[in-house]
Design a protein around this ligand. Structure first.
Ligand SMILES: Cc1cc2nc3c(=O)[nH]c(=O)nc-3n(C[C@H](O)[C@H](O)[C@H](O)COP(=O)(O)OP(=O)(O)OC[C@H]3O[C@@H](n4cnc5c(N)ncnc54)[C@H](O)[C@@H]3O)c2cc1C
Length: 415
């Protein structure tokens, strides 16, 4: 029997393998790196069923344009003559309207809630993993009237969709964060959110899957496919040919290139971001987003990770220290007592978020293929949404009914 081949050993590929091997499917994972680090290892680790608005929301256009003039801004598209970027930007602008956002909300909400419940099951099944899944919620703090208005409106919208949201005063914030001053006008707390240590999760999954017989071909790049009718029969790599029963494309920001090898269009851009760790001094307790700067704060006891900035970067992975400075300078704007030390370049983690133009992932069968599935384009929420994506892909693989309606994630919507 030929194996199912998963291309891409990021968190989406690993969770897909997890659910497939549970069903007794033989799985091989191919990754062109040694899998020591990719977008799934140093991110902020937030599990966010509250994030029901896609990136391509109407307000992002005006913000994006004003942010374009600041090298330290949270969102940036470097203007350049690049056909792929122009095509992606056009689709992004087209998706950024109220109607599309309203259509996206129930899909993102259901996927987020399913994933959170799968994380809770996962923790119960694997108490041995030092996941550090903390169910303390996520606090969105704001300093300005304009952002307060947006966040409070969003809290009301979230409640309308059945999610819990609490509006906090500065005094309430200090009760949540007793050890240091938080300079903010207020906050919205989403108690249903959580956060975890992404690198602990990632290494656990790698070890667990290896023990369960999943094969890994690392430092192996996929260059093409052999096809017969509607089927892919083999994956061609720089290390040779691997025959496949079925194929899953989970190539993160590079998934568009894999789709091109199969003659369909999967618009995708890498949204580059950075993070760095600090000694948690004085101790921040609450997972938080510093909303004006879109900086994520993920505390893990005596350490805390700060992450942010989204630069539409294609697949360019160069570190831009000015954008790192933007993250760093946010810390003392919100936590004036925090003892922040500027990180050196080798202490900075970088990752490319796989961004689809409409902010919705691609989950399902590849157009024109009966044995190729796609799980990609999760943007800012790949860790949050990976278990649900993996479960749904396993269900499709086994021709079972899916746990959720997935028409909003149709892979061929731009094909
Ligand atoms: C600063 C920052 C903070 C973030 N915070 C959060 C957060 O709090 N919560 C959250 O849910 N998400 C967060 N994210 C987003 C999250 O990290 C991503 O959505 C997620 O890691 C994407 O996972 P993936 O498996 O799709 O892709 P990746 O992790 O990029 O994995 C794709 C893999 O495919 C491999 N590959 C690609 N092409 C080929 C090929 N041709 N041959 C072989 N292998 C190939 C690559 O080598 C790579 O290992 C954050 C991201 C950043 C940058």
């Amino acid at each position: 029997m030929k194996p199912t081949i998963i291309i891409g050993g990021g968190i989406v590929g690993l969770f897909s393998a997890y659910f497939l091997q549970k069903e007794g499917i033989e799985v091989t994972i191919i990754d062109r790196t040694d899998m020591a680090e990719n977008c799934s290892t140093g991110n902020a680790g937030m599990i966010v069923p509250s994030h029901i608005i896609p990136l391509s929301a109407p307000g992002m256009i005006s913000k994006g344009i004003s942010w374009m003039f600041s090298s330290k801004s949270p969102f940036y598209i470097h203007p350049r003559l690049d056909y792929k970027l122009l095509q992606w930007s056009l689709l992004f602008f087209r998706a950024a309207n109220e109607k599309q956002v309203a259509k996206a909300i129930p899909f993102l909400k259901n996927l987020g809630l399913l994933s959170k419940s799968l994380y809770l099951n996962f923790r119960e099944e694997h108490p041995e993993v030092a996941l550090a899944l903390q169910e303390k919620g996520l606090m969105m703090v704001y300093k300005t009237d304009a952002v307060e208005k947006e966040e409070v409106e969003f809290a009301h919208l979230a409640r309308k969709y059945g999610l819990e949201a609490e509006i906090l005063s500065p005094q309430d914030i200090q009760k949540v964060e007793p050890n240091l001053e938080v300079k903010a006008k207020g906050a919205v707390l989403f108690p249903g959110d959580a956060h975890l240590n992404p690198s602990a999760l990632y290494s656990f999954l790698k070890t667990y899957l290896t023990e369960k017989g999943v094969r890994f071909h690392t430092n192996t790049e996929v260059l093409g496919f052999e096809k017969s009718g509607t089927k892919v029969t083999a994956v061609l790599t720089d290390q040779g040919k691997l025959e496949a029963e079925k194929v899953l494309l989970c190539g993160g920001s590079w998934s568009g290139e894999l789709a091109k090898m199969l003659n369909f269009s999967l618009p995708m851009m890498g949204g580059k971001g950075y993070s760095f760790i600090q000694e948690n001094q004085p101790e921040i307790k609450q997972a938080t987003i510093l909303t004006e700067m879109k900086v994520a704060v993920s505390p893990y006891g005596n350490k805390v990770r700060f992450g942010g900035t989204l630069e539409i970067a294609g697949t360019n992975q160069k570190i831009n220290m000015n954008r790192v400075k933007g993250i760093f300078e946010s810390i003392n704007r919100y936590y004036p007592d925090f003892q922040a030390k500027f990180p050196s370049e080798n202490q900075i983690w970088k990752g490319l978020r796989p961004c689809s133009p409409d902010g919705l992932p691609y989950i399902g069968f590849a157009p024109g293929y009966s044995n190729v599935l796609v799980g990609s384009g999760h943007g800012m929420m790949g860790v949050s949404l990976a278990p649900a994506t993996g479960k749904i892909l396993a269900e499709l693989h086994l021709q079972k009914d899916t746990s959720l309606l997935i028409s909003g994630f149709e892979v061929g919507r731009y094909a």
